[in-house]
Write a protein that binds this ligand. Sequence first.
Ligand code: URA
Length: 213
Amino acid sequence: MNIAASVGPALALEIADAESIAELRNQAEGCSRCDLYRNATQIVFGEGSGKAEIVLVGEQPGDREDLTGKPFVGPAGQLLDHCLDEARLDRKRCYVTNAVKHFKFTPRGKRRLHAKPNAGEIRRCAWWLGAELNILQPKLVVALGASAVYALLGPKVKLTPARGHILQPANHPPVLVTIHPSYLLRIRDEAERHRLRLEFVSDLHKAAEFGAR
Ligand code: URA
């Protein structure tokens, strides 16, 4: 599906002074483009194959990711891994990153509750995402959830109508829009959860087929 005309300006592919993801990650260590670095333990940069043809983009690191420094290793990451297996999309062939690279949370007693990044935080952090994509030049980017859709495609593209579609913005790798795995973790109704999980796996399978072309 090609609806580039309605996509609007997509994320700019930034030209960083770095030739590899490792170099870019080093530069990002000291990032203070927004205030989220103040309370986070560390930056959680993207991770995976430097030759990845598929890039998966989530929202922001969660509690486990903040502590380990690795993306998608907590409950949402474990669910993502199961769904990737079912979709026959090998995580080792992908590069996994987030729209926002620092954990945003609200303290509640001893717990740190996920807080949604706002539009300004997403826009500032998009510089790193644009630089990652410019180095990797993937065949396909998979936007997991609304924050990734916002970072990659701007405010006009809405998750629900675009879900399952591959959008082709100008001068940008195509973007497959799907839900975020943590959304599945929050659905109480078992039948609904099952239905949306099947859709999610089908979207990931579409990504696997696109990457194999
Ligand atoms: N949710 C995300 O969006 N990214 C992670 O890395 C973990 C959970």
